[in-house]
Design a protein around this ligand. Structure first.
Ligand SMILES: CC(C)(COP(=O)(O)OP(=O)(O)OC[C@H]1O[C@@H](n2cnc3c(N)ncnc32)[C@H](O)[C@@H]1OP(=O)(O)O)[C@@H](O)C(=O)NCCC(=O)NCCS
Length: 194
């Protein structure tokens, strides 16, 4: 069953994001940061979070957005002090994070030129449940929502060395649009026409 997430799911989805995307930028800001971010995202109009549940257990989730750049800016603005506290803690532990934070703020400001604003922001399926078609089901649901709102194409960014995720998006019909460098890594910007 696919449903919208509620505040009761925040701990679980933050945990999934933290474990399944370890090594990426947002998990490097810590579990508390992720929880605060998801609490903000749940309330954010224009961004939505879908959960896939089986036998009353949440197996995976997807964040979709009509314009994540705007949502992200608003969440940062509304929760500035809360986020700053977490960020300062993490930067104190690992000062090299500061460079990534500045890069993120710059990217959020200018966006990725020439790409659609609609976006699949994050998708995570718990590791024991991967390769059972759940990711595909979540993406289909996201596309229903986008199509109902007249979206003609949307994007996703994926670390170029994450081969399972790149193969997943390829299997679902995404095409590579460009490559960008951020956090010292290369990311593929993929686009799917609806
Ligand atoms: C990427 C991810 C969301 C895929 O979800 P999933 O539920 O495992 O994927 P599905 O079972 O729906 O796979 C659909 C198709 O994608 C392709 N695919 C998915 N995972 C694959 C893998 N590990 N290797 C090769 N192909 C893969 C296959 O073609 C698959 O169809 P098939 O199983 O019939 O061959 C999941 O692996 C995941 O959560 N990974 C960790 C987090 C992550 O990397 N997220 C993406 C970046 S935001």
């Amino acid at each position: 069953m696919i449903r919208n997430v509620s505040s009761l799911d925040v701990k679980k989805i933050s945990h999934l994001h933290y474990t399944e995307l370890k090594g990426e930028f947002l998990p490097s800001l810590g579990r508390n940061f992720l929880e605060k971010l998801y609490k903000g995202l749940i309330k954010e109009k224009g961004t939505f979070i879908l959960a896939l549940e089986e036998k009353n257990a949440l197996k995976g989730f997807l964040v979709g957005s009509f314009d994540f750049k705007q949502s992200f800016k608003k969440i940062i603005r509304d929760n500035f002090f809360n986020f700053s506290k977490e960020i300062v803690k993490q930067v104190f532990k690992n000062p090299t994070l500061l460079k990534n934070i500045i890069e993120t703020l710059l990217y959020t400001k200018k966006g990725i030129s020439g790409s659609p604003s609609a976006e699949l922001v994050v998708i995570c399926i718990e590791s024991q449940s991967q390769r059972q078609g759940m990711g595909n089901q979540l993406v289909k649901e996201l596309e229903k929502i986008f199509k109902n709102q007249g979206v003609k194409k949307y994007k996703v960014s994926v670390n170029s060395v994450k081969s399972p995720a790149n193969l997943f998006y390829k299997a679902l019909g995404f095409k590579k649009n460009k490559q960008i460098s951020i956090y010292g890594k290369r990311f593929n910007i993929l686009i799917k026409n609806l």
